[in-house]
Design a protein around this ligand. Structure first.
Ligand SMILES: *[C@@H]1O[C@H](CO)[C@@H](O)[C@H](O)[C@H]1NC(C)=O
Ligand SMILES: *[C@@H]1O[C@H](CO)[C@@H](O)[C@H](O)[C@H]1NC(C)=O
Ligand SMILES: *[C@@H]1O[C@H](CO)[C@@H](O)[C@H](O)[C@H]1NC(C)=O
Length: 532
């Protein structure tokens, strides 16, 4: 029998050993009850006493949360083991049928030339060159400077907005690429839309910002591949949020370019880090993290490592306050205040940006902290989503969300629909208006539940990371594999006439909260290094 990836080899235990353990356990229970007459085991004393210490309404919240959580766990237990985690490794006709992708060979002005001028200039982008090395992964993290990640391969100082390059390079490893476009189910367009955004964002007029997008769409429309479906089987990666490519739909008419608003742009599927959820054609994929494994074994080793970490902190927050955000949605202030107040349970890496602090931008510090923590707090920042949510999951730290737009309504391809499996949700209004204690809510979750949630987070690690584009995981699916599955499914539905408009899934209520205030946030965001 093969060692199964997600069971850490426990199946290897000889049955006799299990039987022996079970008998020993029964004997101990018998002795315990018969000899010591102990009361039945209840919740651990620290959990109950801390719950008791909070106001009764909070206690109610904690209990209700607990019941909901237990309901969910029963459902999870009934689910079959998931085989969808594995990719078909062979690239032959049989396994690739319906999965062939044709990659356009674009003129270099659409990708290589854009990043050739990556040096910092006065009105241009900040120095991106160091982040573009190593196929877009950035500088390798070295033990001594970067701390925590000793003897683990695959760690880089990856920029959160470097996905254009990472994805392009990673696509070159896709096992069902074809040079025969008539055989392809989808067409990949390796345009560096995110880098194009940033090079002309500050101090340029509309025409300059839109120039490359116009040029690209004209080029695409002149190709034979376009005619087949009017471009609706095409996809590209724009490694920023969907807001950055819809200037005409934004509240702020001076933000971004119009790639996603142009007729040809509307017909393509575009992978972004955060969808604007305007019933459009932009599909969210995870932010890049610092971990880029080269083999299945790298993934497995890392999963084993985070599984066995001793976690001394109940919760952690890494990030800066957002003083510019309207007060009615400024949940970060409350998260930070609560974290500061619970000195024994919460740890924090501050990063006030005004002072140019680098503390929260140091990958080693962040990953070290998350590995020592059970729950990682992920309040919205410049926008609803955060890179930090994915960093925390890679560290085996259970994310705590305050807004449904931070993950649940976004990463439907990559994260389970049943969000209780892998995360905690505390509505931001509860924290802002009702002063609900985050610590109390988290303490009320029984240890066994925490254990199962963490195991689910660890199981999800490969799905939310981008493998090193220069090598190839043997069978484990990474975020790119999942995204391609999503694109192929979407194109198939378009082909079957399931979408009448421009493509995207019709999502229920978009996060109005953020679309109305979006421009305020984004104005404050620096062009390159934001808080993660
Ligand atoms: C730039 O485009 C936006 C809409 O896309 C428009 O509202 C704005 O007026 C334009 N700015 C200029 C200076 O033309
Ligand atoms: C977009 O797709 C529709 C439907 O296939 C097609 O009629 C239209 O011409 C396409 N737009 C462009 C710009 O090709
Ligand atoms: C919120 O609750 C904490 C204790 O849980 C308390 O110290 C604090 O004063 C409360 N704040 C408000 C505004 O009620």
């Amino acid at each position: 029998m093969e060692r199964t990836f997600f069971h850490g080899g426990k199946r290897w235990w000889p049955p006799r050993l299990l039987l022996f353990a079970a008998l020993a356990w029964l004997l101990m229970v018998y002795l315990h009850l018969a000899v010591f007459h102990s009361p039945p085991v209840t919740a651990p004393p620290h959990a109950s006493s801390l719950v008791a210490a909070v106001a009764s309404s909070d206690r109610e919240d904690g209990r209700r949360f607990l019941l909901r959580q237990q309901e969910q766990l029963k459902k999870i237990a009934a689910l079959p083991a998931e085989d969808e985690q594995r990719r078909l490794p062979r690239g032959d006709e049989e396994t690739c049928r319906g999965r062939y992708v044709y990659m356009h060979d674009l003129p270099p002005r659409f990708n290589a030339d854009i990043i050739r001028n990556c040096r910092k200039t006065e009105d241009h982008w900040a120095d991106m060159c160091r982040f573009l090395r190593n196929a877009g992964l950035g500088r390798p993290l070295a033990d001594r400077i970067d701390g925590v990640i000793k003897s683990e391969a695959g760690w880089y100082d990856t920029h959160q907005f470097a996905l254009d390059a990472i994805f392009h390079n990673r696509m070159k490893q896709y096992e069902c690429l074809t040079t025969d476009s008539s055989k392809a189910s989808a067409v990949f367009v390796p345009f560096y839309a995110g880098f194009d955004f940033v090079r002309y964002h500050w101090g340029y007029d509309n025409a300059t910002r839109d120039a490359a997008s116009y040029d690209l769409t004209n080029w695409l429309m002149s190709q034979p591949e376009w005619r087949r479906m009017g471009g609706r089987d095409h996809f590209l990666v724009a490694g920023r949020t969907g807001w950055d490519f819809r200037r005409s739909n934004n509240v702020d008419p001076d933000w971004g370019n119009d790639l996603l608003v142009m007729p040809a742009g509307r017909n393509m599927s575009v992978l972004v880090l955060e969808s604007a959820m305007l019933h459009g054609n932009d599909y969210p994929v995870p932010y890049p993290t610092y971990f880029h494994p080269r083999s299945d074994a790298d993934v497995l080793r890392w999963q084993d490592r985070v599984r066995s970490q001793r976690r001394t902190w109940l919760m952690a927050f890494v990030g800066a306050p957002r003083p510019d955000v309207p007060i009615n949605i400024r949940v970060r202030d409350h998260v930070i205040a609560q974290c500061k107040a619970s000195t024994t349970a919460c740890t924090m890496l501050g990063c006030a940006r005004a002072t140019g602090s680098t503390q929260c931008h140091t990958p080693g510090n962040i990953m070290r902290l998350f590995q020592k923590t059970i729950f990682c707090l992920q309040p919205p920042g410049d926008t609803c989503t955060r890179r930090s949510a994915f960093d925390s999951m890679v560290a085996g730290c259970i994310p705590v969300f305050f807004h449904t737009g931070s993950a649940y309504k976004q990463y439907r391809w990559h994260l389970p629909g049943d969000h209780h499996r892998y995360s905690v949700y505390i509505p931001d209004a509860d924290v802002r208006q009702r002063n609900v204690s985050i610590e109390a809510v988290l303490r009320a979750i029984p240890p066994a539940t925490v254990e199962r949630m963490r195991e689910e987070v660890i199981r999800l690690i490969p799905r939310v990371l981008y493998a090193d584009p220069r090598s190839k995981l043997e069978t484990v699916k990474d975020a790119v594999d999942i995204a391609i599955d999503g694109i192929l499914g979407t194109v198939a539905r378009i082909r079957n006439g399931e979408y009448v408009d421009s493509g995207g899934p019709v999502t229920e209520d978009p996060p109005n909260l953020f679309s109305s205030t979006e421009s305020v946030f984004r104005q404050k965001e620096s062009s390159v290094q934001t808080d993660r």
